[in-house]
Ligand binder design. Structure first.
Ligand SMILES: [Zn+2]
Length: 421
């Protein structure tokens, strides 16, 4: 199959007209009503899901739970792929698909105590918002399409994907968009991630992450004094790298987040390592920062070898080595300002009186956006906080606004009354 061409820009007024017609249709009104009536059930789904551990690379139990919900709601062709992504479809008459996805994984290791609880409208516990709220919204939208027979020409593909967080490195989406079956037919992607309704992520923040390791001969702190020290190499490299200038537009950042090494206070370490995170929406800026990091490491190593060679134990031949291993590589990019999906999101927000701004972030949308496909990431409503901590919370108040927003965006994308989309 040939790749689906990108749709040409359509005047915002045409989208607004279509939306106005949609919003007054009996089916859409019934779906909105259902969103308000079903909140107890939505909260139950969210609590149930958050109680299932889903550390990076350990999402199977959650995927099975979601597949079961997909089947119960009536989605067709419910299945998992080779790495554990879950799919369910609501076919339309035309081939192009709109994907609606939410990541299943959390940042929490397998043994994290998941004290998931509810007090009134407030749900608490690790992962309750990021991304149990996204998965709940995914189910609510799938349920609305199944229950109210909302017409659409494009097929809808509902996805619970693995591997968004940390070392998951977007592996779920990467896998989906490397499969010709999906990559050639998914025309636009709506990613549901976390709470709120106030953002549209349309700029994909890229990142490159490295594990830098330095090794040396090691030795006794007294008798081998002067031998090159891997921790000192890292110290020198960090000092040099931290002086690297970063661009403010497009913004770029770096962080040395983890440092490890050594065996005891009276040993010259045999190895030391650090983890470094580089971020920017510009691929060339990421390249440049990676180059500067490598240069700082080499200079730090040379300086330490020179120091060692000139010291009192200079008969020892310096034996330092280093390596820089990529442990994360998320592609960046941004949508064209006239991208149809962005216009639709803006028109829907204007219609709902919702104030949202375009944001740059690292989400599952990075993958399609970096491939020049239309994609946005938006919130699952309510409000939330404490993401990636044990104190995470989500307040369900106002969730229905996000569900209405997502539904209208998906309906416009899926082309009601636009045969041939
Ligand atoms: Zn998330």
């Amino acid at each position: 199959m040939t790749p689906v061409p990108r749709t040409s820009a359509e005047p915002a007024s045409a989208i607004a007209q279509e939306l106005a017609r949609l919003a007054t249709s009996t089916e859409v009104k019934a779906a909105f009503e259902w969103f308000r009536n079903q909140e107890t059930e939505f909260a139950r789904w969210q609590l149930e899901l958050a109680r299932i551990p889903a550390p990076p690379f350990g999402e199977t139990a959650r995927a099975d739970w979601l597949a079961e919900r997909f089947r119960t709601l009536g989605l067709l062709k419910v299945h998992k792929d080779g790495i554990g992504n879950v799919f369910g479809s609501n076919p339309g008459p035309s081939t192009p698909m709109i994907s609606i996805s939410a990541h299943l994984d959390t940042v929490f290791p397998a043994n994290t105590p998941l004290n998931i609880r509810q007090q009134g409208t407030k749900l608490s516990g690790p992962g309750i918002s990021d991304n149990a709220s996204g998965v709940t919204a995914l189910l609510a939208i799938a349920g609305a399409f199944e229950n109210f027979n909302l017409p659409h020409t494009a097929s809808l593909l509902f996805i619970g994907n693995v591997g968004e967080e940390g070392e998951g490195d977007l592996r779920g989406m990467r896998h989906i968009f490397s499969d010709p079956k999906w990559k050639d037919s998914i025309q636009a992607s709506v990613v549901l991630d976390g709470a709120g309704t106030d953002t549209i992520v349309a700029e994909a923040l890229g990142s490159r992450r490295f594990e830098v390791t330095v090794r040396g001969p090691g030795g006794h702190s007294w008798s081998d004094f002067g031998a090159p020290n891997p921790i000192v190499v890292l110290g020198r490299a960090i000092h040099l790298f931290s002086q690297t200038r970063v661009s403010s537009s497009p913004k770029a950042t770096f962080n040395v987040g983890v440092i490890r090494g050594g065996t005891s206070v009276n040993s010259i370490p045999e190895s030391a390592s650090m983890r470094v995170d580089l971020r920017s929406s510009s691929a060339s800026e990421l390249e440049r920062l990676a180059f500067e990091l490598r240069r700082a490491l080499e200079q730090g190593l040379q300086e330490e070898e020179a120091r060692s060679a000139s010291g009192q134990n200079s008969h020892r031949r310096p034996q330092l080595s280093s390596e820089m291993v990529v442990i994360g590589d998320r592609p960046g990019g941004e949508l064209d300002s006239d991208a149809r999906i962005l216009q639709i999101a803006r028109v829907v927000d204007a219609h709902l009186g919702n104030n949202a701004h375009v944001q740059r972030a690292s989400t599952d949308a990075n993958i399609p956006i970096s491939m020049g496909r239309e994609a946005i990431a938006i919130g699952a409503g309510g409000s939330g906080g404490g993401a990636h901590t044990l104190q995470e919370w989500f307040d369900t108040t106002g969730r229905e606004l996000a569900l209405e927003r997502i539904l209208l965006i998906v309906l416009c994308l899926a082309g009601i009354g636009r045969p041939g989309v």
